[in-house]
Design a protein around this ligand. Structure first.
Ligand SMILES: Nc1ncnc2c1ncn2[C@@H]1O[C@H](COP(=O)(O)OP(=O)(O)OP(=O)(O)O)[C@@H](O)[C@H]1O
Ligand SMILES: CC(=O)N[C@H]1[C@@H]2OC[C@@H](O2)[C@@H](O)[C@@H]1O[C@H](C)C(=O)O
Length: 395
């Protein structure tokens, strides 16, 4: 058994999710036990700087270095805090903070016709996570794995989503197919067929589009900066969705691209939200109606992608990520999915709030065993690869 800290701050940029996890077994046959989980909010000024950079603000090299330092020390602090009062971990897996994500060329479709081509010129993806592992290892003294996305990208993949292989290990079922739907800033799904012959190669996964990113921007805007998210979806629930606007927004080309595909705040961030506000002017929506309409876009884009890209919509959808606590969004998903049950991963024993942090603990564990961490069907990479760079701790 190995005790591992998993760390991530996602596209909501709300803070660092940390999980302290005991892991045993190997490859897909692993067992995990969550010992502790916590979210450590970023200081406001750091969060605002990160959001500005994600929205395209330019940075000098000095500012980039300072931002990387601030994030790395915040992650190192989170790694220390989550271990307080517990037996210490011997490994840390740190995703870091994504500040830029560019899918590989060929639309968002991976390398398309160039797939598997080994020589340039081709246009690889690029994904930048700040909060370098060397600082975390140095501050904590614990061996740290970080920079998980680059190996998949070098193999022609998107470098995202990376959690699907962990979903396969922890959430597959012998007889039932499932969708695991993360609703963070961006949404992403892993479709896992029942665990029968060839099941691994039949998994598919992709970023579904906006999760909470547009909702959070709308709440901030509509509340004059006094709120950052729609708690339990109560504000949206008091409004009515404007369906013509949802239809118009669903025509965005991202929703029609076949997987593998990935996205980020570059697409579904501030500029997209500002366009939504302009589009909504013609309908004279109340703040509650606008939020209901954006919530409907999140729900409808998720369900539309299942109906378009899956062999069949499974009987169970398991939600995770902060959006799984948005009760109005959950109700809208349930209504659009009809007879499919919409549950959370908590209901099958995996903590919905800390699943991504747990996943990066597992990815670090696999790295130390030289086991692959990506799923080519999810990322579009030409092969399975071992993910992450190891910095040995001195403690
Ligand atoms: N009680 C709640 N009601 C409604 N929404 C909530 C609630 N709690 C959290 N959220 C939403 O969840 C978001 C955070 O989710 P999460 O931490 O899963 O995102 P993330 O990990 O940053 O994103 P990603 O998965 O894209 O990397 C918040 O910004 C908020 O919008
Ligand atoms: C580049 C990047 O950070 N992508 C995130 C983001 O947040 C959700 C979705 O978009 C997913 O593709 C990914 O994160 C999770 C942890 C993943 O790699 O599976």
């Amino acid at each position: 058994m190995t005790r591992v800290v998993g760390l991530i701050s996602g596209t909501s940029v709300d803070g660092i999710d940390a999980a302290l996890v005991d892991i045993s077994g190997k490859d897909l046959d692993i067992k995990i036990q969550l010992v502790a989980g916590a979210t450590y909010p970023y200081p406001n000024d750091l969060r605002e700087r990160i959001l500005d950079v994600c929205a395209g603000a330019t940075l000098s090299m000095l500012e980039l270095a300072e931002l990387d330092d601030a994030i790395a020390f915040a992650f190192a602090q989170a790694a220390q805090n989550i271990q307080l009062g517990h037996e210490k971990a011997s490994l840390i897996g740190s995703h870091g903070q994504t500040v830029y994500h560019r899918p590989p060329k060929g639309g968002e479709r991976g390398l398309g016709e160039d797939k598997g081509k080994k020589t340039p010129p081709y246009f690889l993806g690029y994904s930048l996570q700040l909060g370098r592992g060397s600082v975390i290892a140095n501050v904590t003294g614990v061996t740290t794995v970080s920079n998980f996305r680059v190996a998949d990208i070098a193999a022609g993949g998107h470098g995202a989503p990376l959690v699907p292989r962990v979903d396969a290990a922890l959430l597959s079922h012998p007889d039932e197919a499932r969708c695991i739907q993360n609703i963070g800033g961006i949404g992403n799904v892993t479709y896992i067929p029942s665990r029968q012959k060839n099941w691994l190669s039949e998994i598919s996964a992709w970023d579904t589009g906006p999760g909470n990113s547009l909702l959070d921007l709308a709440v901030y805007h509509l509340s004059g900066g006094t709120k950052t998210y729609d708690e339990d979806g109560n504000w949206a629930a008091s409004g009515t969705p404007c369906y013509p606007l949802v239809e118009e927004w669903l025509s965005h080309e991202y929703f029609h691209l076949p997987p593998p595909k990935s996205t980020g705040r570059e697409l579904f961030g501030v500029s997209y939200f500002e366009q939504c506000l302009k589009d909504a002017e013609a309908y004279q929506l109340t703040p509650a109606d606008l939020l209901a309409t954006l919530t409907e876009l999140t729900a409808a884009s998720i369900v539309h992608s299942y109906q378009t890209f899956l062999p069949q919509v499974p009987q169970q959808v398991l939600l995770c990520g902060g959006g799984s606590r948005n009760l109005y969004l959950k109700r809208r998903l349930q209504s659009l999915l009809g007879s499919t049950s919409v549950l959370t991963t908590d209901e099958v024993g995996l903590c919905a709030n800390f699943k991504e942090a747990i996943a990066f603990a597992v990815l670090a564990y696999w790295r130390m065993l030289d086991a692959p961490g990506n799923l080519p069907s999810a990322t579009g990479a030409c092969q399975e690869v071992v993910l992450g760079e190891i910095i040995i701790g001195n403690g």
